[in-house]
Design a protein around this ligand. Structure first.
Ligand SMILES: Nc1nc2c(c(=O)[nH]1)N[C@H]1C(S)=C(S)[C@@H](COP(=O)(O)OP(=O)(O)OC[C@H]3O[C@@H](n4cnc5c(=O)[nH]c(N)nc54)[C@H](O)[C@@H]3O)O[C@H]1N2
Ligand SMILES: Nc1nc2c(c(=O)[nH]1)N[C@H]1C(S)=C(S)[C@@H](COP(=O)(O)OP(=O)(O)OC[C@H]3O[C@@H](n4cnc5c(=O)[nH]c(N)nc54)[C@H](O)[C@@H]3O)O[C@H]1N2
Ligand SMILES: [Mo]
Length: 880
């Protein structure tokens, strides 16, 4: 080539090493990819053919197939990785990679700590020895002064890159458990808040017992054959707050293919969503019903009204499988003390969907065989999400949940066929994932309440002291932070994070920033691959390897067509001086003489063999063959097709197969809630339409269009995951940042996160496409770039979550991290789950005067190194 560049063919000739990797970024493996490297550096990542090392005969016992009307569907041999993993070279070699240990320049552990400067002052490079010296001294000091429970291990569990042995999010806890304990930051049932706090009181503990989505108790972990059942029996597939073409693709593109197949079978689809999401936009057969955010329970009651008045529900099932329908009926028809009929017109005035559309939807679902699909559902991440969680469950209960073709298809029900050997959703190798071991401790705190704990010094909450949410009754257990002093309870003074994105993934981001700046927080350490989000507020940042640099194993996440296990040797050389979280815990553990309790005296290869031995894989393949091939697809139970689908056993015989609710049936009203929280006016025993109100009147939220705050902040924001990021991961991928829907280039050259706004709402505010705008409420202001579009329901705006924070001043940010202005308040009084979408905001164009004013007041922020191709980066924050 004339420019001296090699041609593509020449460029890959010298490839000398290819490894197979699984890049899922949900903490679980994605589809397999082949990663080609040369001279220790990745040159490209490509889809992998699963039959490369196995013959069709060898694969046959692991394959499933769906069949309907002579059309078949089976896993594709050529993997369909998510676009995110194919672009991962950009992540490994990002200009934002943390290469060396960093210390905030004006944080001096022996002098001024300048905690108020977190997120303002920059970093300098230090050596690993210096970093470990500081950690040893700080841990020893706070343990000595306040006791071990003053250390909060942030980020226990949750999502991250896909790793097993090297997984972060619990290695610090592993270490601290050997040093006397720590405060556990428990993950709330984040994906599924409304199902957990609401629907569990309708259908029992549910899937995985923990998540609160439906599943017969007796099938244990998974809901087998739900996809098969829908394929065979459903005429109508409803996506109420689920975007398969966006959210399912973070593992692989299997469910996109499945949608195509269902389309070929002639199934009808409907999407009820404030945004014309990708599922609605990509399929011409999809009908989009725009709805205002956080109003699904009103919509649902309108639908139930039609079903009751027109006899379009399964009366016999309701009679035999449910209790307290009379109470629901009275509420819906207005025959209770409230006396308000929830007619389609009543619903329309609240959810913004015209009454005739509500009727049409109700009749369609009522007459056809319909299933409801979502991974977790955006409607259950809003204020008072237990109401939408419960009305979602009521709708299914009224249509005969478990009947052929009447299913809830959710995250744990994505696995098509049951395997012969016992596995978790991750892999047999999760047995070496020490982060999943939940080291016992006496003091814990929900992730949603960390800021309150620091700012107010105490927190009362209900739930489970660890992420293993199990029984519904756990919601009646009360906990207090700090734990009683005689048990060692102590206030938090040191934070150590292995998932540094609380301000960007959880509720109340700006409040979390305030908390971190408190002098009470004497030291804040993060382990991180990239210099972003919480790490910008840290005192010490420790460089972490990406999943492509570790010697590890792989499992398969939920939206992967064929589940498998495998080994993932390093694909490339390590970047900078990075170590995995496991290795960091070992290094620090060495100083305290407990290293052997963490690595158990085993090499990494021995750990991988140990993981294999712990699993049941040995019953199907030898270690030698497994190591030689590199991966293996566990065999399918030959009788998988005969297993009852989802809730079928309960449908067939509710007496023989009761739910684990108090009555064994579906409960429209919960005596357990009435008994335990008799004075809770928010989560009452039966779901109702709830608008909240001022705090002075005892309400947790005033986030609706019918209260006081909406007068100032009239737009409801939808903030769900981004198509081209996985939560906060991947915002620096330059291949994606070029895409129009990913970023909006402001006239200052900055790549702003898009604010999607309807034409009439934009016009009313004098906003044109491409303008720099601000979204704000009483919690703060975030700058964005306007995308004027009819894809948004008027009265609402849409901002994808996960853009990185780029602080200008306290409560003012340029990076587009929408969770900064999410409520700090949790789901409701007794439900400490998060609220991250469906809350009130206002939007305005940023005037030149205002912009110049900020530039003058905060020159450091506007002068930071900025590369539009990847955004803010390492150079913006590290002094040479
Ligand atoms: N507005 C809004 N907010 C939401 C949601 C929404 O729909 N809307 N969805 C919610 C849901 S469903 C979920 S599950 C949560 C997800 O929230 P998280 O589980 O917090 O999400 P991730 O982005 O996966 O966070 C991983 C963090 O750890 C870092 N990381 C990755 N791998 C490693 C590692 O190996 N070691 C270390 N030390 N760090 C690592 C990443 O850079 C990132 O900062 O977000 C929730 N937040
Ligand atoms: N690309 C990508 N894929 C992902 C993730 C990611 O970060 N990026 N995250 C993964 C994780 S951990 C999870 S839990 C799943 C979540 O996957 P999903 O179950 O699909 O749920 P959400 O992404 O929360 O929301 C999906 C849809 O709900 C809509 N929605 C939001 N609020 C409301 C509302 O009040 N009412 C109604 N009717 N609709 C509403 C949104 O517009 C969106 O189209 O996605 C997973 N897949
Ligand atoms: Mo999630």
């Amino acid at each position: 080539m004339g420019n001296g560049m090699p041609t593509i063919v020449e460029a890959y000739k010298g490839t000398d090493e290819t490894t197979i990797q699984s890049i899922g970024c949900g903490g679980m493996g994605g589809e397999m990819t082949a990663v080609d490297a040369r001279d220790g550096k990745i040159v490209r990542i490509r889809p992998y053919r699963m039959d490369e090392r196995y013959t069709a005969e060898e694969l046959a016992p692991s394959m499933w197939e769906l069949e309907k009307d002579g059309k078949t569907f089976r896993p594709a041999m050529k993997g369909a990785p998510n676009y995110f993993s194919l672009a991962y070279k950009n992540r490994v070699y990002s200009k934002n990679r943390v290469q060396f240990p960093l210390k905030r320049v004006d944080w001096n552990p022996d002098g001024e700590r300048n905690t108020q400067n977190r997120g303002i002052s920059k970093f300098e490079r230090i050596s690993w020895d210096e970093a470990i010296d500081i950690i040893e001294a700080e841990l020893s000091r706070v343990i000595e002064s306040y006791g071990p429970f003053s250390v909060l291990c942030v980020g226990e569990d949750g999502h991250r890159e896909s790793k097993d042995l090297h997984a972060g999010g619990g290695m610090h806890a592993n270490l601290m458990s050997k040093l006397g304990g720590y405060t556990r930051e428990t993950r709330t049932p984040d994906s599924v808040e409304g199902w957990y706090w609401g629907a569990k009181h309708v259908w029992g503990s549910g899937s995985n017992k923990g998540l609160g989505m439906c599943a017969p108790v007796q099938t244990g972990y998974n809901s087998w054959n739900v996809i098969k059942d829908i394929t065979e029996y459903s005429d109508l597939v409803c996506f109420d707050a689920g975007d398969w073409e966006l959210t399912q693709n973070y593992g692989s593109q299997f469910l996109s293919r499945l949608l195509k197949y269902w389309e070929e079978l002639g199934k009808e689809f409907v999407v009820v969503d404030p945004f014309c999401n990708y599922t609605a936009a990509c399929h011409e057969t999809m009908k989009w019903i725009p709805i205002l955010p956080a109003t699904d329970s009103a919509f649902d009651f309108g639908v139930m009204y039609v079903w009751i008045t027109e006899g379009l529900y399964d009366k016999e099932y309701v009679e035999t499988h449910t209790v307290y329908f009379d109470k629901l009926r009275a509420y819906v028809l207005g025959e209770d003390e409230e006396g308000v009929a929830k007619t389609p017109q009543w619903a329309a005035e609240r959810c913004g969907v015209p009454a005739h559309t509500i009727k049409a939807y109700a009749r369609n679902v009522g007459r056809k065989t319909a299933s409801h699909c979502h991974f977790s559902s955006g409607a259950v991440k809003v204020p008072y999400s237990h109401e939408a969680g419960r009305t979602g469950a009521y709708k299914l209960a009224m249509q005969g949940l478990g009947k052929p073709g009447v299913q809830q298809l959710h995250l744990n029900a994505m696995v098509v066929a049951k395997e012969k050997i016992a596995r978790s959703t991750t892999a047999p190798f999760s047995s070496i994932n020490q982060c999943r071991m939940f080291y016992p401790t006496v003091q814990s705190l929900p992730r949603t309440e960390v800021a309150n704990a620091i700012n107010n010094g105490k927190v009362k909450w209900w739930g489970s002291p660890c992420i293993v949410y199990v029984e519904t009754s756990e919601q009646f257990q009360e906990f207090n932070y700090p734990a009683p002093a005689d048990k060692g309870g102590a206030k938090i003074h040191l934070l150590w994070s292995e998932k540094p994105c609380n301000m960007n993934c959880w509720n109340g981001g700006f409040t979390f920033q305030d908390a971190i700046r408190s002098p009470e927080v004497e030291c804040f350490i993060t382990n991180h691959q990239w210099l972003e989000n919480d790490s910008l507020f840290a005192d010490l940042v420790l460089p972490v390897t990406t999943c492509l640099e570790d010697n590890d194993s792989m499992g398969a996440g939920m939206s992967v067509a064929l589940r498998r296990s495998g080994l993932t040797p390093p694909a490339c050389e390590r970047v900078g001086e990075s170590y995995s979280d496991f290795e960091i815990a070992c290094k620090v553990g060495e100083r305290f003489g407990v290293r052997d309790q963490i690595d158990l005296g085993m090499t990494q290869d021995e750990w991988l063999k140990f993981g294999f031995d712990q699993s049941e894989l040995g019953s199907e393949i030898s270690w030698e063959d497994f190591k030689d091939k590199g991966y293996y697809f566990p065999q399918i139970d030959p009788a998988w097709k005969d297993l009852p689908a989802g809730m079928r056993p309960f449908y067939d015989d509710p007496v023989a197969n009761p739910l684990d609710t108090p009555t064994g049936k579906l409960e429209f009203w919960s005596d357990a809630l009435a008994e335990h929280f008799p004075d809770d006016k928010e989560r009452t025993p039966m779901a109702k339409w709830l608008v909240g109100g001022p705090a002075s009147e005892g309400w947790t939220h005033d986030e609706s269009l019918w209260g006081e705050r909406c007068k100032e902040y009239p737009l409801l924001v939808t903030a769900s995951p981004a198509r081209f990021r996985v939560h906060v991961q991947g915002d620096d991928i330059k291949w994606f940042r070029e895409i129009e829907t990913c970023k909006v280039r402001g006239k200052d050259g900055y790549q702003y996160e898009p604010l999607w706004i309807a034409p009439e709402d934009a016009e009313a505010r004098g906003i044109a496409d491409g303008d720099i705008v601000k979204i704000f409420n009483d919690r703060g202001t975030v700058l964005l770039g306007a995308r004027v579009s009819e894809r948004v329901m008027p009265g609402s705006v849409m901002v994808h979550k996960g853009s990185r924070v780029d602080p200008i001043a306290p409560h003012l940010d340029r990076g587009g991290a929408i969770n900064l202005i999410a409520p700090q308040a949790t789901v409701s009084q007794h439900c400490k789950g998060f609220v991250v979408t469906g809350y009130l905001t206002e939007v305005a164009k940023v005037t030149d005067e205002e912009y110049e004013g900020w530039k003058k007041a905060y020159p450091d922020c506007f002068d930071r190194d900025y590369d539009p191709a990847i955004g803010i980066n390492y150079k913006s924050w590290v002094v040479e």
